[in-house]
Design a binder for this molecule. Structure first.
Ligand SMILES: C[S@@+](CC[C@H](N)C(=O)[O-])C[C@H]1O[C@@H](n2cnc3c(N)ncnc32)[C@H](O)[C@@H]1O
Length: 480
């Protein structure tokens, strides 16, 4: 049981942590912070958590204290080639295009793995490029890797890994680039020499990570870190990273961080399910063909894009009773008996022209309510093809898929909806719900936090888009 005094001190410490390290400990996580402080006290050789909190509140933090905090407050979880799709997209699409651009400019590629943890991410890049060098000719790339935690960086520089770091890596990579070493594996000196490690705090540095060279980056990978940040700090850090990108340079962050993306200069793209941000001034040809739906591009913070607002009849679930327990049931399409006529007359209206989003949504609603889900899905796909930048169409498809029990596909479409509009509350809320029903509590919590953050910034009487008439205040009440 935390006393009121301790709670006040912990909240002050949480503020200081957020300020200096970016890490967010809101009201709901104060008990977690208290537990972590017991471990921090042990690490720093202090008598107890209370004296540790007092000392941290009173002093300017030294590196040892920052490391102890970072070690206890973040998860140093990483492994080689984490998220296979990303590495496929890098190998087949992004790196060849970026290498081509760098070669045209007669320079080597500049890459940065920000928040690299124990080095698996930047070394994966180095191994991939080494493999690619057998097929393409290019100048030696520069790979920079940074992290806040000096212990992780020391581990990275040693480059000795246990089997756990190879949990999804093909044995071919392991055989090619590692030598066995006392039940572990040591990375070859050639790959080690391709990566330079440096200390860098994403939350407080706006400086370039290499002040002497200051080269811009073709690719920055910064994944699985902003989940610990407050939205404000994450947005500031992403903006800072975007300033260090080359023209056409690419920034890769985790999909659930997309909604923090603040920069008007960045454009977002989905390439084979991988979310990338690009500093776009001129058009860079990607390698390989892309279909209209597969690759969608939109200016981030897309409020400057004109939107087609469906009329009331275009709202799926119109006329349904309002949800009582919004927290447990974000959105389910109803099946009713006789919407076939509406569906037919709606399709007749489309003859010879491209229907609007609003018209398509009336049709989708009718098809769902008539119970013809397969047809609804087909029309939803056509609708997305006609209007690939309309987030609500990905949302309606996700809801149909969710109802069919295709949770993974539903998540994919909800992420695309959020990607197109980071402020799409109901999509975040559905992501919370789908993750919760599939037992992925950690992810569910991330999206619930997103929902709360967005709602707290909005006017309580505002009606939520796609929310069946629910207001911001009503949803806030439900989730609280
Ligand atoms: C979960 S790991 C992610 C590692 C890797 N990017 C990946 O996706 O596999 C998170 C890393 O973020 C680092 N980190 C946390 N706060 C940071 C900050 N303010 N600046 C730089 N790195 C930070 C942690 O030390 C940790 O190594």
């Amino acid at each position: 049981m935390i006393t009121a005094d301790t709670c006040t001190l912990l909240k002050k410490l949480a503020e200081k942590i957020q300020q200096q390290l970016g890490l967010s400990f809101n009201e709901g996580r104060i008990a977690e912070l208290e537990k972590a402080m017991q471990r921090v006290a042990e690490k720093l050789g202090m008598a107890d958590a209370q004296s540790c909190v007092n000392k941290l509140l009173a002093s300017n933090w030294q590196k040892e204290e920052i490391d102890a905090l970072v070690h206890e407050l973040t998860i140093g979880e990483t492994y080689f080639f984490r998220d296979k799709k990303l590495w496929d997209v890098l190998e087949q699409r992004l790196l060849p295009a970026l290498l081509g651009q760098a070669e045209n400019e007669r320079r080597g590629l500049n890459l940065w793995s920000a928040a690299c943890c124990t080095g698996e991410e930047p070394y994966s890049l180095a191994m991939l490029l080494k493999r690619m060098s057998a097929r393409h000719k290019f100048s030696k790339p520069n790979i920079l890797a940074t992290d806040l935690n000096q212990r992780f960086l020391d581990h990275a520089a040693q480059a000795i890994y246990s089997n756990w770091s190879f949990r999804t890596t093909s044995t071919a990579f392991q055989r090619e680039f590692f030598q066995p070493m006392n039940a572990k594996h040591r990375l070859s000196s050639e790959i080690r020499s391709m990566v330079e490690f440096r200390h860098y705090n994403l939350a407080s540095s706006s400086e370039h990570p290499c002040p002497t060279r200051k080269q811009k980056f073709d690719l920055i990978i910064c994944r699985n870190v902003f989940v610990y940040f407050s939205q404000e700090k994450a947005s500031a850090a992403i903006l800072n990273l975007s300033r260090m990108l080359h023209e056409n340079g690419v920034l890769i962050i985790s999909p659930h961080d997309m909604w923090c993306c603040p920069s008007q200069q960045l454009e977002s793209e989905v390439i084979c399910d991988v979310y990338v941000l690009r500093l776009r001034k001129t058009k860079l040809e990607l390698c390989g063909a892309t279909s209209r739906v597969e690759t969608v591009t939109k200016r981030c913070a897309g409020s400057n894009q004109e939107k087609e607002i469906p009329d009331a009849g275009g709202q799926i679930n119109k006329g349904e009773p309002k949800r009582q327990d919004a927290k447990s049931e974000p959105r389910v399409l109803p099946k009713k008996n006789s919407y076939v006529d509406t569906a037919q007359s709606q399709q007749e209206k489309f003859q010879g022209r491209t229907p609007s989003v609003a018209e398509l949504k009336i049709l989708l609603e009718a098809l769902c309510n008539a119970g013809t889900t397969a047809e609804a899905l087909q029309w939803n796909d056509k609708a997305i093809e006609m209007h690939p930048l309309d987030e609500s169409l990905y949302y309606t498809k996700a809801n149909i898929l969710h109802e069919l029990g295709q949770h993974e596909q539903a998540i994919k479409h909800l992420l695309q909806a959020v990607f197109l509009n980071q402020n799409f509350v109901m999509a975040h809320f559905s992501l919370y719900h789908v993750h919760r029903v599939t037992g992925n509590t950690a992810q569910a919590q991330i999206f619930l936090r997103n929902v709360r953050g967005l709602l707290e910034k909005s006017n309580k009487d505002e009606i939520l888009p796609e929310g069946d008439g629910m207001t911001v205040g009503q949803l806030l009440q439900a989730i609280n």
